[in-house]
Design a protein around this ligand. Structure first.
Ligand code: NAP
Length: 251
């Protein structure tokens, strides 16, 4: 990756987003770490700077139209035209269908789908101008269906259709769009699910690992490695794909 690339990574305060931000920065990109949690985003940006990279932190709610476009414009003003976007910000509001509130439905759609749409619409102008761009969206194996996640599964399946359509519309401008669909990754999100289910996180990971062909749960760095490839110069002929990164062929 050349040093001129500027990447915006949403949900970069922790977990998968923080790992992707660090990895892109290590590859030479200047990174805007965007998150609702401004302090967390600043920790990610500081860690990048301490490792010799270039990064800024931006506090923003990706589901807010003004905040999303301000975040992209600030990244462009401080770092340069945004030509890499990773839509990673996410939340879960799990419940069985009959107990799920419309607020839980709307909250998940608002961050995953509306957030990815608003951030991408804002960033694509820079990519088209540059005639080069990379968009990576975080889907999930839950897109294939997951009990207790009717909202999240719908959003993550929606991300796949969103991504394929971006690939169709933006390809002629040198912009690729791909989705990564992680399986079980060890982050605060999966810790929160363990808490909700009332199971010990370590016991749960051990049990899940026995069902995963490679024999372990994933790490944020497993996802960051794939994101770095998809955001790089070498991935220009890969577009509209959904790459399952789940330690095996199934969820
Ligand atoms: P995480 O640890 O919960 O981190 C998500 C980050 O996104 C948090 O810092 C959160 O900030 C931020 N965020 C939430 N809503 C936001 C908003 N409206 N605007 C800006 N930032 C927002 O999650 P993760 O496990 O790293 O997951 C990252 C992505 O991968 C998500 O899209 C998730 O759905 C997907 N994924 C994860 C797994 C897994 O097993 N962990 C599997 C498949 C897919 P706050 O702390 O302020 O809420």
């Amino acid at each position: 990756m050349t040093t001129s690339r500027v990447a915006v990574v949403t949900g970069a305060a922790r977990g998968i987003g923080a790992a992707i931000a660090r990895r892109l920065a290590a590859g030479g990109a200047a990174v805007a770490a965007v998150d609702l949690n401004t302090d967390g985003a600043a920790r990610t940006a500081n860690a990048i700077a301490e490792s010799g990279g270039r990064a800024i932190a931006i506090g923003a709610d990706v589901g807010d139209e003004d905040a999303a476009s301000r975040a992209v414009e600030r990244a462009a003003a401080e770092l340069g035209p945004v030509t890499i976007l990773v839509n990673n910000a996410g939340i879960i509001r799990d419940n069985l269908l009959f107990k799920m509130t419309s607020d839980d439905w709307d909250a998940v759609m608002n961050v995953h789908l509306r957030g990815a749409f608003l951030m991408t619409r804002a960033a694509q102008a820079h990519m088209i101008e540059a005639k080069w761009g990379r968009i990576v969206n975080l889907s999930s194996t839950s897109a294939l269906g997951n009990r207790g996640q009717v909202n999240y599964a719908a959003a993550k399946a929606g991300i796949q259709g969103f991504t394929k359509t971006l690939a169709l519309e933006l390809g002629k401008f040198g912009v690729t769009a791909n989705a990564i669909a992680p399986g079980f990754i060890d982050t605060e999100m999966t810790q929160a699910t363990a808490d909700r289910l009332g199971v010990d996180f370590e016991d749960w990971k051990a049990a899940v690992s026995r069902e995963i062909p490679v024999g372990r749960v994933g790490t944020p760095d497993d996802i960051a490695a794939v994101a770095a490839f998809l955001c790089g110069e070498d991935a220009g002929y890969v577009s509209g794909q959904v790459i399952y990164v789940a330690g095996g062929p199934r969820a």
